[in-house]
Design a protein around this ligand. Structure first.
Ligand code: ADP
Length: 269
């Protein structure tokens, strides 16, 4: 699978209504699932080298509309990996202490160290999304944030971090299905919030905010991918491919032994 059609080119204009939420109909579900399984094993191998080599750092940023599938993507893609090498950080409503600082203050400590994959479940991008849609700070203030964010991410890249940003692209119809599912299913009811319906009324404002976020912050070094998210198996197939391609691009290798072990034998066989 070629992931380039899902990547937002730097300085391009994004029209989200023309980006697919379902994904390519040529791909059959069973084939996609088989391919995903193979990719998942490959990702596991790559993570082991990443962890062993302790050279690269990988930051995955996940953003989506409510019910977009962030949690389920994390479980499917990163769940099978060695938990010692993956840290997931959710970013919810800022605390009082966080609000008393600049908006990147709470984010920076959670960026990955060498050999690690950090997954942000929501992120600093909320500060140009929910903050914009709800007018939590004046426009001239959140507008300047696109540049801060570009610079912040460039700093991370310059210091050895590889950044992948995933926007899970859901249709408004599929969101309605998922919200209704939560209401109808006792095992999903805990996820339902009346506030989600209020947010749904602001669908167009959120789409505008996601659009501008990607137009202004998709860079060659920290690209955004628009992942079709209406069908979970298609979404998983694409995200696995993005992760495998990204890690393969790092050209990693297991480190050499630190000491000279020539002639050392533990057990004669
Ligand atoms: P999720 O919806 O991601 O599963 P929660 O139900 O805890 O998790 O929702 C997190 C909430 O925190 C969202 O409503 C989101 O808009 C909000 N939030 C995240 N970051 C910020 C921020 N910087 N300012 C205001 N609200 C934020």
């Amino acid at each position: 699978m070629d992931i380039s059609p899902y990547r937002v080119q730097p300085d391009s204009t994004v029209d989200l209504s023309s980006w697919d939420t379902r994904g390519d109909d040529d791909l059959v579900k069973d084939d996609a699932k088989d391919e995903t399984e193979i990719l998942s094993k490959r990702l596991d191998e790559l993570q082991e080298v990443l962890y062993a080599e302790e050279k690269h750092k990988v930051l995955v940023v996940l953003q989506a509309t409510d019910t977009g599938g962030k949690d389920s993507t994390i479980r499917s893609v990163f769940g099978p990996l060695n938990p010692q090498g993956v840290v997931v950080t959710p970013f919810g409503k800022p605390t009082e202490a966080e609000l008393a600082h600049d908006y990147l203050w709470r984010v920076h400590p959670h960026t990955p160290g060498s050999g690690m994959i950090s997954v942000f479940n929501r992120s600093h991008y909320e500060d140009v999304l929910v903050v914009r849609v709800h007018g939590l700070v004046p426009e001239d203030r959140w507008r300047r944030r696109y540049e801060h964010i570009r610079n912040f991410e460039q700093l991370l890249v310059d210091e050895g971090t590889t950044i992948v940003k995933l926007y899970l692209h859901l249709s408004k119809q599929e969101q309605a299905e998922r919200l209704q599912d939560r209401l109808d299913n006792p095992e999903k009811l805990w996820k339902f919030r009346l506030g989600d319906l209020e947010e749904r009324k602001k669908w167009d404002d959120y789409q505008a905010a996601f659009t501008e976020m990607m137009e202004r912050t998709s860079t060659a070094d920290a690209p955004w991918y628009v992942v079709p998210a209406d069908r979970k198996w298609f979404r998983n197939r694409v995200v696995h491919q993005i992760m495998v391609d990204t890690l393969e691009g790092l050209d990693m290798a297991y480190p050499e032994a630190e000491e000279d072990v020539t002639g050392v034998v533990v057990l004669e066989r």
